[in-house]
Design a protein around this ligand. Structure first.
Ligand SMILES: *Cc1c(COP(=O)(O)O)cnc(C)c1O
Length: 429
């Protein structure tokens, strides 16, 4: 006999988190209990379009049957061996990843921050052992406004005071340059002992800052000329989000999968996370060629869960879905449509000043001070109208729906956004 449970009310659940959980987030007041494709449902049963996709981890849509199927099958078979032993999923996964992304080798980890840490360690070690930099002197250049995760080393080169204040002392060996500024970058790359340049091809957390179209190509060239590793953090931008397999692919015109024609700015070190798992389970990875990866020897780096059979099967299924459902092409097509529609709304209101982005990673800029609550209030109004998005950095709202969205669904979302923005303006005049 099935027991009918009275659903716990949203308020009770929010109070529980408030009382028993650390206050390290400030969530929108909505309590979700179910997800399917582009939709999520709250505990009262109200349906929403998910326009955040867990910061682009759920590119393949919520609870994708193929990915969940892979998870369940493997969960019944073998979940964790540690890397003390071989397992029969890891090798096939590593081969699949190597061929899918075109690098000799992969180092499997779990979270995005761990993969960034891994890339930094590989880069430093390469600098000492292959480039001949004196040990402990290696410098890695990073960008202002960066977001690469939350570990102590990573926040050491953040310029977000919330991320950094009172968490020191910090890890040395990083130099910051303004994003999208080639002159400043070249100057920094010419400093002594530089081993790598770590960059997001589009700065997601900072507010979806898209650099000049030739920035990444120039970055690659400047790094190559100086024998400095070009490290692309594609944790948020990768896996079809921006309308190509990777944001560094540029504007290729492939049909099935990103062909990476002349526009492909292949990094020396590629960092992936988030959508590598389809939002199902933490999976991240660092990819590079043998001459770089082979600086890591047994015992020098690792993770108990990294490369476990569950992660391997989930990630392969997640990447197959990207191909099966042509998510690259869909993100590109719907992204163009979305920005076009946002520009029509911008023409009707002075509440939004700009839409920017690539593929389905976009943001609108709200015409108010970054310290005002306007962007937050708009997100609450969007929620009430059935669409979930979150402000990033004050007056910016990021819009990043799952890539399995249809054109019809996207147009419904555009209507919700238009209605909300136009009504919002009225109620505040
Ligand atoms: C989210 C993100 C990370 C960190 O990933 P976690 O899984 O949260 O540790 C790193 N880099 C970029 C660009 C990200 O967007």
């Amino acid at each position: 006999m099935s027991q009918v449970m009275e659903p716990k009310r949203s308020n009770e659940l929010m109070e529980l988190e408030g009382q028993y959980g650390a206050h390290n987030y400030h969530p929108l007041p909505v309590v979700l209990s179910r997800g399917e494709g582009v939709y999520v449902y709250d505990v009262e049963g109200k349906k929403y379009f998910d326009f955040l996709s867990a910061y682009s981890a759920v590119n393949q849509g919520h609870c994708h049957p193929k990915i969940i199927g892979a998870l369940i099958d493997q969960a019944k078979t073998l979940t964790l061996t540690s890397r003390a032993f071989y397992n029969d999923s890891l090798g096939p996964y590593e081969k699949y990843m190597s061929q899918y992304f075109g690098f000799d080798k992969i180092l499997p980890m779990n979270t995005g921050a761990e993969a960034v840490e891994t890339a930094l360690k590989i880069t430093r070690k390469w600098g000492y052992e292959k480039k001949g930099i004196e040990e402990n002197r290696g410098v890695i250049v990073v960008c202002s406004g960066n977001f690469h995760g939350r570990t102590t080393t990573i926040i050491s080169f953040s310029d977000d005071s919330d991320a950094k204040k009172n968490f020191g002392p910090f890890t040395p060996g990083f130099v910051t340059v303004p994003y999208n500024d080639m002159d400043a970058l070249k100057e920094a790359l010419d400093l002594p002992n530089v081993v790598g340049f770590l960059v997001e091809p589009i700065q997601g957390e900072a507010g979806v800052y898209t650099p000049a179209v030739d920035y990444i190509a120039n970055v690659k060239k400047a790094c190559n000329e100086r024998n400095i590793l070009f490290i692309a953090d594609e944790v948020q931008t990768g896996i079809a989000r921006t309308g190509s397999l990777l944001a560094v692919c540029g504007n290729c015109s492939c049909q099935d999968k990103c062909e990476r024609q002349e526009t492909y700015n292949r990094p020396d070190v590629l960092i992936l996370g988030k959508a590598l798992s389809g939002g199902v389970y933490p999976v991240s990875a660092v990819l590079c060629d043998d001459e770089i990866m082979n600086v890591i020897k047994p015992g020098q780096h690792g993770s108990t869960f990294g490369g476990n059979p569950l992660a391997a099967k989930v990630a392969m299924a997640a990447l197959e879905v990207v191909n099966d459902e042509h998510l690259i092409q869909n993100a590109r097509k719907l992204g163009d449509l979305f920005r076009n529609e946002m520009n029509k709304i911008i023409a009707k209101t002075d509440l939004i000043t700009l839409v920017r982005g690539k593929g389905l990673l976009n943001a609108i800029i709200i015409n108010d001070s970054p310290d005002s609550s306007t962007a937050w209030d708009i997100c609450v109004a969007l929620k009430n109208n059935g669409l979930l998005a979150k402000p990033t950095h004050g007056n910016i709202i990021r819009f990043a729906p799952p890539l399995v969205m249809t054109e019809n669904e996207l147009m419904q979302c555009v209507s919700i956004i238009e209605k909300t923005i136009l009504e919002f303006k009225k109620s505040n005049n």
